[in-house]
Design a protein around this ligand. Sequence first.
Ligand SMILES: [Zn+2]
Length: 263
Amino acid sequence: MGAVLKILQDLLELQSVDVRLHDVRARLAAFPKKISELDARIAAAKAELEQSKAAQLATIKDRKKYELDVEQYKERVRKYKDQTAQIKTNEAYKALQHEVQMAEEEIAKAEDRLLEQMVASEEYDRRIKAAEKRLKEVEESVRGQRATIDSEKAAAEKDLALVEADRARVTAEIPEDMLDHYERIAKKHGGVSLAEVSDEKCTLCGMQIRPHVFQKMRRTDSQEMFHCETCTRILYYIEPTAVPPDDPKPQVSGASASSSSEN
Ligand SMILES: [Zn+2]
C-alpha cells in the first residue's frame, strides 16, 4: 500500500473515532440540562405545596380576626342591652335599639365571613394533601430518573475514556502535518474532513469529480492526496469490489489535488 493510502486509511479511522467522540461528548453535554429539569420538577411541586400552605395560613389568620370581631360585637350588644334598664326617654331607647341592630348586623356579616373562611380552609386542606401526595410522587419519579441518568452518565464517561484512548492510538500513526491538515478541515466542516467519492461525486457536497482526477484516485499506488474543489474535504474512494465482507477496514484509494484544496 502506498504512503498516501495508508494515511487516508488512518485518517478515515480517525474520522470514525471523531464521530464517536462527538456523539459521546454530546451525550455528556446533555446531562446537566436533564438534571436541572428534574430539579425544576421537584421545585415546582414544592412551590405548589408552599402556596397552599401559605393560603391556609392566611385563612386561619382571617378566621381568628373574624372570630374576634364576632366576640367584640356580641360584647357590645350585651353592653347596650344592660344600658336599656337605665334609659329614660323614648329617643334614647330608639337610638340604643339602633345601635344594637347595627351591631347585630356586624355580627351576621362577620359570621358569614367566618363561614366562608371555614369552607375555604377545608378546600386548602384538600389542596395541601393533594400537593403533598403530588410532591411525594414527583420525588419518587425523579429519584428513579436520576438513578438512570447517573448510570447513563457513568457509561458515557467510560465511553469517553475508551474513545479518547482510541484516538490517541490512531493519531500516533498519523504524521503531525497531516493531523494538522485534517483538524483544520474538520474544524471548518463540523468535524467531518473526509468525503467519500461515489458516482464520481463528492458525497458530502455533490461536486462532480473531473474524470482524469477520478482515474488517478482509483490507482492504488497513487502518491497524491486529492481534495474536493468545492468543499475542500480530503477525498477517498472505495472500489465497490475491493472490500471483502469480513474486512472491517474499507480499502481506500486517494483523490484529486486541486488548486482550491486548501486555504
Ligand atoms: Zn465536496
